[in-house]
Design a protein around this ligand. Structure first.
Ligand code: PHB
Length: 390
């Protein structure tokens, strides 16, 4: 078995094989505890699968050092410092929360270490705070929500109430939606931002939404908060009168079965659904099911595509922080979600967005794709891309 595959399976450190000079050390920065713990584990599973699959295309060995960021910016900063200074990682992969990404930005940029973002959508990271060392293989918060504003207005929805957790991602996801919804003639009749990682009872917010005169509710929630929000929305008996829409993290395949019937009929938009009908997606879904026995989510794809991007960069001959950073910005490939390329103006991905409804299927809940919206690039958002300098 190739050494790169062994490394991907976590066996590198137990091998008696001497580490070759070209070996690459990957610092994996993910939440393995807290409200986004399941997301972190899913990204890691996708990353290891991608490394095992595409690693066969190179002889380079990847050594992985994993650290738990929790969902706490100061904790993540300490872990990133360790990976950069002590472990001397050649490349960092991960980060789930927008708050964590904005806390890490200056350290990563200052140290000149490439970071492949495998989730966090913080708009500034590929906008005003962009860096040639930060390449995003996931999405930006505005990017996944903007198309849904216009799409919902086209469906005849006129008045919306919005809800999201009170932190960067919540504000930016809702902001992207509201901009395009109001530009298309829609009206926002009320908004609330719920205390992040603290709200257990959404009742008071649901009562406000019900009394607002809205035609629909649009939300961003993810992880543990998405499970409790969707269940409470249903048990309040709101779904029939006030249809629920949102960004697709709300009904991620990662936890939609924990939501159960409460998730049926919710319509959301995202850059990935496991029901996308394409050859590369069928291959990915098959490999993921073989590995885990279940359907992959968008989080698994972020990890898988981050590994694919890393291998593509390595195949150009990149071996150290600077050459990896330069090569990562230029990757393009066909992945499970469609044709991907990195926008050189921002280092954010350009990718299609899918509108899907969660429906009952033969083996549980599934994603019925209602529309594929054209590939979305972010506006430059104040990004002035510096050159790689070391
Ligand atoms: C974020 O904080 O950027 C974030 C977290 C979870 C998601 C999406 C975005 O599912």
């Amino acid at each position: 078995m190739k050494r790169s595959i062994l490394a991907a399976l976590g066996l590198a450190t137990s091998l008696a094989v001497p580490v070759a000079a070209e070996d690459i050390k990957v610092g994996l920065l993910l939440p393995f505890s807290g409200v986004y713990a399941a997301l972190g584990t899913e990204i890691e599973t996708g990353f290891n699968l991608g490394l095992a699959q595409y690693g066969a295309e190179t002889d380079v060995t990847f050594e992985i050092v994993r650290e738990d960021t929790e969902v706490k910016p100061p904790v993540a900063l300490g872990k990133a410092k360790k990976l950069i200074l002590q472990d001397k990682a050649d490349v960092l992969v991960g980060v789930v929360s927008s708050g964590v990404l904005s806390a890490l930005r200056d350290m990563v940029h200052g140290a000149g270490v490439p970071l492949i973002v495998a989730n966090a959508g913080n708009d500034e990271a590929t906008g005003a705070a962009c860096s040639p060392y930060i390449t995003r293989m996931s999405f930006s918060n505005g990017q996944v929500n903007r198309p849904m504003g216009a799409w919902m207005a086209q469906q005849g929805i006129k008045k919306v109430f919005t809800l999201a957790p009170d932190y960067a991602a919540g504000h930016q996801m809702i902001g992207g939606f509201v901009d395009s919804f109001t530009a298309a003639g829609g009206e926002v009749v009320g908004q609330e931002f719920t205390p992040f990682q603290k709200t257990q009872d959404f009742g008071p917010y649901l009562a406000q939404a019900k009394a607002s005169g809205a035609d629909a509710v649009y939300v961003f929630y993810a992880g543990g908060e998405a499970i409790s929000f969707v269940k409470q929305y249903d048990s309040f008996g709101m779904k029939a009168d006030l249809p629920l829409y949102g960004s697709g993290f709300l009904t991620s395949p990662l936890y939609v079965n924990a939501q159960g019937e409460a998730a049926e009929g919710i319509i959301t938009a995202l850059h990935y659904a496991p029901t996308i009908d394409s050859g590369p997606n069928a291959a990915f879904v098959g490999a993921f099911i073989e590995e885990t026995g279940r359907m992959p989510s968008e989080f698994a794809v972020h990890g898988y595509d981050a590994a694919h991007a890393l291998i593509e960069a390595v195949k150009t001959g990149a071996t150290d922080r600077a050459t990896l950073a330069t090569a990562l910005r230029q990757v393009r490939f066909e992945g499970p979600r469609g044709a991907l390329s990195v926008d050189p103006a921002t280092n954010n991905l350009i990718q299609p967005i899918y509108v899907y409804e969660t429906v009952a299927g033969e083996g549980g809940l599934t994603q019925k794709i209602l529309a594929q919206l054209p590939a979305e690039a972010d506006p430059i958002n104040g990004c002035e891309m510096a050159p790689v300098s070391n």
